[in-house]
Design a protein around this ligand. Structure first.
Ligand SMILES: [Zn+2]
Length: 345
């Protein structure tokens, strides 16, 4: 027994010493860094108390409250304190985590450090050391398999010159909004997301002039997503429905009006009991005309007192959902649990 104790002491002593040295080195490095950071701090912006709490004291803003959590415009996100460019909007993607998420950084702009909690990796502005948030790897949310989870308070957004908005999580692949696609039969396709696609698809199939409605996923960064992936709320996709219609019988405007009447466009965190970013309300557009129509209808509803949460975003690749999601209510012989027609126009 005594022998064992001695052995333990021999093994443990250097470990304790190492831990102590490590801490000392870390605090020295921090002091050096703070000195370096304060050297040219005259160029820094004055911080509000909340900015100070996050950027200097390494605090965290309340989830779902940040200015840039649901912000998707073309431009660059800079360091709130020193103005160094940190992230491009093309690397921003939608998550349900509650903070702005990026799957890549501007090269050399972000420094990584082991967080004080010993578990996570802290990210800091490489220029001034401002605390940004944390970086996570291996979540398989996007191609890069990296998520920079950043406090809005640490950032300031600067729009690009064009300043146009883009789809949720859409990459800058140069895709322009094309003219309304019409297939050989003269039908057109429109895309809507209004919560669980079973109900949206079911109700669009009842609409006169609709040739077919297909449940699928749209707007995110993951190719060929599965229902399970989308359910995680972290692919950037929403549950969407592809509505193929005959423009001689029904117009895009009539379909868009119907869309606003078969789901609750005022709910901003999902639809009915389905909460999460994959259930958000989106009217996708394939042309400037469709965009203007959707925006005009939202204005009409706002004038009527509805606080509309629906986003108007350009079409992205539509990924049809697994077969068992198609015609779900017909197969089950039941009715939608959270979608019903309500006259609003
Ligand atoms: Zn900075």
């Amino acid at each position: 027994m005594r022998k064992l104790m001695v052995m333990l002491a021999v093994v443990a002593a250097p470990l304790l010493l190492m831990a102590a040295c490590g801490e000392q080195e870390m605090s020295m490095a921090k002091e050096e860094h703070q000195q370096a950071a304060s050297a040219d701090s005259s160029a820094y912006r004055d911080l509000t108390p909340e900015e100070e709490r996050v950027i200097v004291q390494k605090g965290t803003e309340m989830p779902f409250t940040g200015e840039y959590y649901q912000h998707f415009e073309d431009g660059t996100y800079h360091c709130r304190r020193c103005d160094a460019p940190l992230y491009n909007s093309t690397d921003k993607f939608q998550t349900s985590c509650g903070w702005p998420s990026f799957d890549d950084e501007i090269p050399g702009a972000v420094r990584r450090e082991r967080d004080a909690d010993g578990m996570r990796t802290e990210i800091l502005c490489a220029n001034c050391g401002a605390h940004l948030g944390h970086v996570f790897e291996g979540e398989r949310l996007t191609d890069t398999n990296v998520r920079h989870c950043v406090n809005s308070v640490s950032l300031v957004f600067k729009p690009s010159e064009e300043g146009s908005s883009r789809a949720i999580g859409a990459r800058d692949d140069g895709a322009e909004v094309a003219d309304i696609p019409a297939d050989a039969g003269g039908t057109r396709k429109a895309y809507f997301a209004g919560g669980c696609f079973w109900g949206v698809e079911h109700l669009f199939e009842q609409k006169e002039g609709v040739v077919s409605a297909v449940s699928g996923y749209m707007g995110g960064k993951v190719d060929e997503p599965t229902y399970r992936q989308v359910c995680s709320g972290r692919t950037g996709h929403v549950e969407a429905v592809e509505v193929e219609y005959d423009p001689a019988t029904v117009s895009y405007e009539e379909l868009a009006k119907y869309f606003f009447e078969i789901h609750d466009p005022t709910q901003d965190n999902g639809q009915g009991p389905d909460i999460g970013s994959q259930y958000l309300s989106v009217a996708f557009y394939g042309s400037d005309e469709e965009k203007e129509t959707a925006e005009r209808l939202i204005d009409v509803l706002r004038d009527k007192g509805y606080d509309i949460a629906t986003m108007v975003l350009p079409n992205a690749t539509f990924w049809p959902a697994e077969d068992y999601h198609q015609d779900y209510y017909e197969k089950k012989g039941s009715r939608p649990y959270c979608h019903a027609y309500t006259k609003r126009f």
